[in-house]
Design a protein around this ligand. Sequence first.
Ligand code: NDP
Length: 463
Amino acid sequence: MANYDYDLFVIGGGSGGVRAARVTAGLGKKVGVAEEYRYGGTCVIRGCVPKKLFVYASQFPEHFEDAAGYGWSVPKSTFDWPTLIANKDREIARLEELYRRGVAGNGGDTFSTRATLVDAHTIRLEGENRTVTADQILVATGGRPNPHAALPGHELCIFSDEAFDLPELPKSIVIAGGGYIAVEFANIFHGLGVETHLVYRGKEILSRFDMDLRRLLHETMEKKGIHIHCETHFERIERREDGRLAAHLMDGGVLVADQVMLALGRIPNTENLGLEAAGVELGKLGEIIVDAYSRTSVKNIWAVGDVTNRVQLTPVAIHEAMCFVDTAFRGKKTVPDHDCVATAVFSQPEIGTVGLSEDEAAHRFADLEIYRAHFRPMRNTLAGRDERTLMKIVVDAETRLVLGVHVLGPDAGEMAQLLGIALKAGLTKEDFDRTMAVHPTAAEELVTMYSPSFRLKDGNRVG
Ligand code: NDP
């Protein structure tokens, strides 16, 4: 074997790249990783982590309101955006350092520079103006918000990246999109007291989720005061004389706000990386094409995470990285398992979901039982909050297998994690039924729905 500087060189210090680098270095291999921005990647620096902190921040007004029903009187509250930003930044910096140290502590080299490929074994460290060589190379450069460059006035808009560091909290915002980011940020901004509009091109927000949950979340968000405009889209964005922005909609409407945010999906970071020089094949959206083992069209170059545009979720990138290490360095060929991935939308209330929605299951199974529970969670009773929880179980009537479980309500994300184990284990409805309830909880409904709410035969509702 040729003599390389590194056994593995990783381009991109996000969740997938850092995990692969840290674990491979832990195996005693010579590992280098380069990150051009900040270690931790999207998830830690401008994604999941700061988002969740913002979600917590935005929930306090409702907690203060609810306290009265439990006998508390809460003095008039005030909110300070710069305090939230500063505290968030401190926490992110702490995590960033942990990520970097995770690699360095296992003997890996960390570089703070952009890295590009010169050929299949040579990496250029741009900031250091030198090259290094590696036997195996992993590209884990993630993605970025779709800039939506065809939209006139798109340069006036912000993306989720900027939303984490706005110099001041806007009084009003218009958000385009109906996916995870748009819905989560609509709830965050509304909770922080911002007049919030959500503009979505489709009939109902969150197109990839179960329709019952989508409808109930939409209704609940509107009751809270979020303005949702479906079946329309931006035609153009203009800056007005007073400095505010006017979002002109396709249906003729105009929404005026301090900020306009685009959350229209994310695209892979593959430009100017030298991938072509190395012979790495890209797909239509610029994503790196990989085989089942995350290997690219070049034998010693691999890719994991959002840059491959498979499932854009942090835990998936980490799982792919672990499988890559098994395959490339532990002599144990391992295919990442993308089936039945549990996920949560940190809307308010939350969505937690795993497996097939009712509609997806109806396309694939001839005979289904649907179990539904729709109730006011106990916490909301004394609080006087009229928000309801929805739980839904989709069962294949022939095999009795639970195909999907969907929850809208407080802590649904936490429930989804455990439901993920149940579905991955291939449990049947009878397994759910013979599981003792934990009382009093909301989750107990998941094991006490004994009779189907209705049945679907060949896609048609019966009974
Ligand atoms: P999503 O794919 O969730 O949503 C994109 C939204 O933009 C959809 O509503 C889509 O509409 C709409 N859209 C796409 N293209 C256009 C267009 N040309 N014109 C108008 N509307 C358009 O992406 P996000 O940007 O919200 O998030 C990116 C990814 O990050 C997610 O897919 C998710 O995997 C991940 N993420 C996960 C989170 C979590 O786990 N909680 C939180 C945040 C992000 P349509 O549905 O009609 O196609």
